[in-house]
Design a protein around this ligand. Structure first.
Ligand code: ACO
Length: 435
């Protein structure tokens, strides 16, 4: 309501302040008027890890963690996963509406035409050691793209931005597939324009000497669904990095590379790889109880469990679990699934996990599907990054068009030494003098 406000009383000064509320929130800058005297900088809120700070207004993704709800541009994730392709969803995130038939035809054609990468970019990938982590290759190669498109720094030009967005969405699978083939010592495969986004990706990954690689339609669709589920997730760590780097007006390749780096951490997108490591460590269903006991004793975390925002089942995990059934009909059952199911069952009944509202997140089952499809665990986070580029870029664009946004620059509370002085020469200079 227009007249909503809160009244704060500062008991240091006995003064009261009325702070207006907008949609139930105060502006942190309004706290600055709360001072003890003219020399006081004014009050700040202290919020390590941004547990309770909204850094932007966004119309891209709605997330209600208490009730397990996720919507892109108002559409429930379940309906998008059921009825759309990844490229339709990417268009929705980037443009705000699902495409008409003509718009979709145009968008798909344009993405297909931009799949190729410059030959020099391949040489760049060639320079990586044979066992370089594909996520490291992806991050560095995306950063290198900025040197191929220097005009990308002109971030204020909407048309120019559109061109770079198109390139990034189109080239991510190509770079990812080349990173994968580099690790196997296989030649890179040219993209095929007439294949869908995921069919073409599978073709670039797995084509050997056959004249035409035939992807399995169930697996191609499963990959498409997984891409839809990973396309955006509002202000998570990597998206916040995308916005923060973009806020300095760095070009979108630099910002996307930084977001990839944030995603690679095991507490974020890297968790799907860690889940597989954990399941391998557990080894068999019989060992699950002991493993859970070991976690409850504080010896590590159950990877793929818990979420900063979801305090109810992650709706993406539910869809992924269903997708797994489809995939296993084609690939055969991944034996790790039994360990995962037992782990989930025991954890969901256990007081430790119930009390802390720890549920399986998107990463718990995705790795098991990817492994059944033939991906090595090192590729899992790369598979996360490909679709997330659509979300990152939608958020980046929104940030640039938001008149309230400026360069991201949090405050700190200084806890270091008071002013002190250097007395005499430092140890380094004394050493030089005695040489
Ligand atoms: N296993 C065991 N205990 C856990 C787990 C877990 N996976 N996650 C949280 N806890 C415990 C914490 O130890 C803490 O316990 P305490 O209150 O006794 O100290 C409590 O639950 C709260 O956890 P926090 O760490 O405060 O939760 P936070 O919101 O900071 O962390 C995170 C969220 C990083 C996702 C965390 O749950 C985690 O590390 N999970 C495992 C890694 C993972 O799966 N990451 C992927 C997230 S989804 C994504 O990024 C795509």
């Amino acid at each position: 309501m227009a007249n909503d406000k809160v009244t704060l009383t500062d008991h240091r000064t006995q003064k009261s302040y009325e702070l207006p509320l907008n949609d139930g929130h105060i502006r942190a800058a309004d706290l600055r008027q709360i001072k003890t005297g003219p020399d006081d900088f004014g009050m700040m809120s202290y919020d390590p890890a941004f547990m309770n700070t909204a850094s932007c207004k966004s119309a891209v993704t709605y997330l209600d963690g208490e009730n397990g709800i996720l919507r892109y541009r108002g559409y429930p994730i379940e309906e998008l996963a059921e009825n759309c392709t990844f490229l339709e969803v990417a268009y929705l995130l980037l443009n705000g509406e699902l495409p008409s038939q003509n718009e979709l035809k145009d968008w798909v054609e344009q993405v297909s035409q931009h799949r190729l990468v410059h030959e020099n970019l391949k040489k760049f990938i060639d320079g990586f050691h044979y066992d370089a982590h594909p996520m490291g290759i992806l991050t560095s190669t995306v950063a290198a793209l900025s040197t191929f498109y220097p005009e990308a720094h002109n971030i204020k030009d909407k048309l120019n931005r559109k061109q770079q967005i198109l390139r990034l969405v189109a080239k991510m699978p190509t770079i990812a597939a080349y990173a994968f083939r580099h690790s196997l010592g296989l030649p890179y495969v040219f993209p095929e324009n007439d294949l869908s986004y995921t069919e073409n990706f599978m073709h670039m990954l797995w084509k050997r000497t056959e004249p035409r690689y035939q992807s399995n339609p169930v697996l191609a669709r499963a990959l498409d669904v997984l891409f839809i589920l990973h396309a955006d997730h509002e202000q998570n760590a990597s998206t916040s990095v995308m916005r923060a780097v973009g806020s300095s007006h760095a070009d979108p390749y630099a910002a996307t590379a930084a977001a990839c780096a944030a995603l690679s951490g095991p507490l974020h997108g890297g968790a799907n790889e860690e889940v597989l490591v954990m399941l391998a460590q557990i080894g068999s269903v019989d060992n699950v109880k002991d493993y859970v006991k070991h976690i409850k004793e504080g010896k590590g975390k159950l990877m793929g469990f818990g979420h900063r925002v979801y305090k109810n089942y992650d709706p993406r995990a539910r869809i992924i679990k269903r997708t797994a059934e489809e995939v296993f009909k084609v690939t055969g059952r991944n034996p790790k699934l039994d360990i995962a199911l037992e782990l989930e069952k025991i954890a969901l009944e256990d007081e430790y996990f119930v009390k802390r509202k720890l549920y399986p997140n998107v990463d718990f089952y995705s790795g098991i599907i990817y492994q059944a499809m033939g991906f090595k665990p090192e590729m899992f986070t790369v598979l996360f990054a490909i679709p997330r580029v659509a979300g990152w870029l939608a958020q980046w664009q929104e940030m640039l068009e938001d008149p309230e946004q400026k360069i991201a620059r949090p405050r700190q509370i200084y806890i270091g030494k008071e002013l002190r002085h250097v007395t005499g020469k430092s140890a380094g200079l004394r050493a030089v003098a005695s040489d």
